[in-house]
Design a protein around this ligand. Structure first.
Ligand SMILES: NC(=O)c1ccc[n+]([C@@H]2O[C@H](COP(=O)([O-])OP(=O)(O)OC[C@H]3O[C@@H](n4cnc5c(N)ncnc54)[C@H](O)[C@@H]3O)[C@@H](O)[C@H]2O)c1
Ligand SMILES: N[C@@H](CCCCN[C@@H](CCC(=O)O)C(=O)O)C(=O)O
Length: 857
């Protein structure tokens, strides 16, 4: 059909500038910087679609929403409402047939199928007419009593649904007459009423209805639908537009009352199965989850069109049997009538398609010339909500706040970040029923997945880099903030904590930017516990426990060496780098270009920034069964003062890897891939660059060279090292594979490596920490204290890295919340008041520390 009309049919739509759909596309398939047109269902900040909205914003998509395309008279241009109404009504008549049967009554509705069972609407109408004929012939079981249908709303949905009931022998009555006809009406017909606002909305103060005032102040009104109409309705067909400020038609409480058995009905039904209650079915065509029908929290689908809502238990049963109200709330009803709906859609949209086609989502809206019909329907563009729709953000925040503050008497913790190491933080804190955790992340899905596993945990979306106001209001609503964001975010988070006098915990190094806040933190009288992870974290705690004990025994510390590595378990080290990521990949790679300073036998050794660090790796054989190498980590010399071991002639902190890592990384360094400079080549909106092109660019060569010449050039560049070549080949970096989009080469490399070097299901990680402390006793003896910590990740559970970072952070948070840490200022776990309790609690979590001593002459 489309081909006949001249369309080119192809799977790959990446070259299209405009993508026209009906319903939302899957998030992962949304292509950045394109113009999309579809029904997004985001304009009421619908919770279920906020993830999609975030994605459209992140991907800088221009979204045209049909719901907001209106003509000069304010009427919707593309409104499938009529077809939704038609399909919805056919479906619920079918559903009533099934429900009546389940309740023991065979009715003429059994002759009506689902809307999509018919070739076209005329065929469906024929089936409804046949049913109507039987009703008028008196074939409806008497025991059911007169049937009443209530249509809410007067728009296209309601009209489409009424078109269908008009094919039955129907008598329309006023809503106030419903009670009477439902008791004494004629059984050879059905009754219907159309409910508009004036019928059920009343001002809370005096019971009157003023349409103008309602328009502006719906919050002053309430609905008496639940008492005046619902108890006399067999089937409700809901087609109203609902806005969160307007009164609901039915709440859960109302549903509980409406499904209570009616005494009068059982008297009427003598000898026949009694109907359990009057309100048997709801067809919620508006399909606003949690909206005008509060308890409709999940839409049904064409595949599974019906469920039974059991109001007493507040659950939906996937059935037409059992106790409760039959619900049908399909949100893509027009798809059941594809021919009529498609023709209608095409006819209505066609006049606007030409200008939509010219849309270039990479341009600002000011540079485009759209008609008001299209322009006013643009919800997102260039990574932001358009001014008319900025209210969506506010609505979202308001709802979020209400959710966070809903339960009183809770200790509220704001956890920023839901990445590699956040899981145990939530697990630990949520053990306490009186603690509530809000998990905020720029990746809403990630936060949702984490929060779903624990009680009293609320997921929310927050972009800490662009939503400072939002961050501030979140900080205000919590008793403590744990920042598990990339460490560069901590100072900005800390500023809001200072402003709102809220305590904070991080697992990150106390950076110079954080230290600058020292006096403000003290003035605000708050506590910020830093370096509460593994390395930094547990390493400090074990070091200080040993050092302070040694000093108390009158000893002197002569040397201190601490190495730590997050690694794959050996059986999972099956790649050339012998490495898999158990914490932020960007952080791991960034650390390979750090400078380092350490003290060796009284001599200061310095390694410059930029990648030389990888050449400094040496074999580490304290655990000969592991094939380890190590390289220094940052400036170790400053710990002489912090640990109080100025007496030490050797002082080094370092990182552990399996042998091979530093050599492979050295190849990346030589190719200039460990580079944090912004690189526009990688950000080109529509085209991608391949690894071959990028490497040629880095080497200053043309990418049109032959594959052999290319490989030869790379070989030379990486120091004629075959292992490095094999590594690059294994990672797909000598090929035409696309380089992931990012603003720097390092960020692109991190994304690429994260995809290649992640733990598969059933694989586990490993952390190894080893502190060697040289302790000179007053007797002259030299004791080498070897403190070892080896932790494996749980198969399909928390990784070792997550446990050894997340638990210390959570333990510190708990200690601050419970007043066990009450000192103010910027703290690190190097004092006994913190490390004493924290180490004890970590041991309760199964942390097994092995300490050995070897006496040297
Ligand atoms: N002390 C230690 O031993 C240790 C070990 C591992 C990690 N860490 C630190 O802990 C923190 C978390 O580490 P991770 O491995 O879980 O990191 P990660 O990269 O896996 O997670 C970062 C989280 O921050 C979120 N995020 C990123 N940008 C954001 C933004 N603009 N707004 C809101 N959210 C945003 C991400 O979506 C993610 O949920 C980091 O600071 C890391 O350096 C410390
Ligand atoms: N050094 C080990 C363990 C690192 C744990 C992560 N520590 C981060 C902390 C960064 C921060 O948030 O300040 C680091 O970069 O060392 C290894 O690399 O395998």
């Amino acid at each position: 059909f489309y081909m006949k009309a001249g369309a080119v049919i192809q799977e790959d739509i990446s070259e299209a500038s405009l993508i026209v759909g009906v319903k939302r596309p899957p998030e992962e398939k949304v292509i950045p910087r394109k113009t999309y047109a579809f029904f997004s269902h985001t304009i009421k900040a619908q919770e279920a679609n906020m993830g999609l909205l975030d994605d459209l914003l992140n991907k800088e998509v221009r979204l045209i929403d049909y719901e907001k395309m209106v003509d000069t008279n304010g009427y919707r241009i593309v409104a499938f409402g009529q077809w939704a109404g038609v399909a919805g009504m056919i479906n619920i008549l079918h559903g009533l047939g099934l429900r009546f049967l389940a309740l023991g009554h065979h009715t003429p509705f059994m002759h009506i199928g689902m809307a999509h069972n018919y070739r076209n609407v005329s065929q469906a109408i024929q089936a409804v007419r046949d049913c109507g004929y039987e009703i008028s012939m008196g074939l409806m079981p008497r025991s059911i009593g007169p049937l009443t249908f209530c249509f809410t709303g007067t728009g296209n949905v309601s009209k489409g649904a009424q078109d269908m009931i008009n094919e039955l022998p129907v008598e329309y009555v006023e809503p106030h007459e419903l009670k009477d006809v439902s008791e004494t009406g004629d059984m050879n017909k059905v009754y219907a009423t159309v409910l508009s606002r004036r019928h059920h909305l009343v001002r809370k103060s005096d019971g009157n209805y003023d349409p103008m005032e309602y328009e502006n102040h719906p919050e002053l009104y309430t609905s008496h639908f639940r008492t005046s109409v619902a108890p006399y309705t067999t089937c409700l067909i809901n087609g109203i537009y609902w806005d969160p400020h307007t009164p609901r038609l039915l709440r859960r409480l109302d549903a509980q009352r409406l499904i209570r058995p009616l005494k009068s009905l059982s008297a009427l039904n003598e000898g026949s199965p009694a109907l359990p209650h009057k309100l048997l079915a709801i067809c919620d065509i508006s399909a606003d989850t949690g909206g005008s029908i509060e308890f409709m929290t999940e839409c049904t689908t064409i595949d599974k069109p019906f469920c039974i809502y059991d109001a007493d238990q507040h659950i939906d049963h996937d059935s037409v049997e059992g106790n409760g109200i039959l619900m049908c709330s399909i949100d893509n009803l027009p798809a059941q009538l594809p021919i009529e709906a498609t023709e209608y859609f095409g006819d209505r949209l066609f006049p606007y398609i030409w200008e939509m086609l010219l849309s270039d989502a990479t341009k600002s809206l000011n540079e485009e010339e759209f008609s008001p019909q299209v322009r006013d329907a643009i919800i997102t563009s260039n990574g932001a909500l358009t001014p008319k729709f900025e209210y969506i953000e506010k609505m979202r925040e308001k709802r979020e706040k209400a959710q966070i503050l809903k339960r009183t008497g809770m200790k509220r913790v704001l956890l920023l970040g839901s990445g590699y190491v956040s899981g145990p933080v939530v697990e630990y804190l949520s053990r306490d029923e009186g603690t509530q955790v809000t998990v905020a992340s720029v990746l809403l899905k990630q936060a949702e997945e984490l929060a779903a596993r624990y009680p009293n945990t609320i997921p929310i979306m927050l972009d800490a880099s662009s939503q400072e106001g939002h961050l501030d209001s979140l900080v205000t609503d919590h008793d403590l903030v744990i920042s598990m964001l990339p460490y560069s975010f901590h100072p900005i988070v800390a500023k809001h904590c200072i402003r709102r006098k809220v305590n904070m915990v991080t697992a990150s190094y106390l950076s110079p930017a954080m230290k600058e806040l020292q006096s403000s933190v003290e003035e605000a009288g708050i506590t910020i516990v830093n370096e509460m992870g593994l390395d930094p974290g547990i390493d400090h705690m074990l070091a200080m426990e040993c050092i302070e004990q040694a000093k108390a025994d009158g000893c002197t510390v002569e040397s201190y060496s601490s190495f730590c590595g997050g690694l794959p378990a050996p059986e999972c080290s099956d790649n050339p780098l012998r490495y898999k990521f158990s914490w932020s990949p960007y952080g791991v790679l960034l650390n390979t270009m750090n400078p380092a300073v350490f003290l060796r036998d009284g001599e200061v050794v310095s390694i410059p920034a930029g990648g030389t660090l990888m050449d400094s790796a040496t074999a580490m054989d304290f655990f000969p069964g592991f094939s380890l190498e190590g390289f220094p980590n940052r400036d170790s010399t400053k710990y002489a003062e912090q640990y109080g071991i100025q007496t030490a002639h050797t002082l080094i902190r370092g990182t552990l890897r399996f042998k091979g890592f530093s050599k492979a990384m050295g190849g990346f360094v030589k190719l200039g891939l460990i580079n944090t400079d912004p690189n526009p080549v990688l950000l080109h909106p529509t085209s991608t660059i391949s690894w071959k092109e990028l490497l040629c660019h880095q080497m200053g060569l043309s990418s049109s060279m032959s594959p052999e010449a290319f490989e030869e050039a790379v070989y030379k560049q990486v120091g004629e090292d075959q292992f490095r070549m094999d590594t690059l080949r294994w990672l797909g970096m000598l090929s035409d594979d696309a380089v992931p989009h990012a603003d720097t080469i390092l960020a692109s490399l991190a994304k690429h490596l994260e995809a290649k070097l992640s733990f598969a299901k059933g694989e586990r990680d490993l952390i190894i920490m080893r502190n060697d402390v040289g302790i000179r006793h007053p007797t002259g003896e030299l004791e080498m204290r070897q403190i070892s910590l080896v932790v494996y990740g749980e198969l399909n559970g928390f990784s070792a890295m997550a446990k050894t970072v997340g638990y210390p952070a959570a333990i510190a948070a708990r200690m601050v919340l419970d007043g066990e840490i009450s000192r103010k200022g910027l703290l690190v776990p190097m004092t006994n008041d913190i490390y004493g309790l924290a180490l004890a609690r970590l041991k309760e979590e199964g942390l097994h520390i092995i300490s050995k001593s070897i006496l040297q002459e």
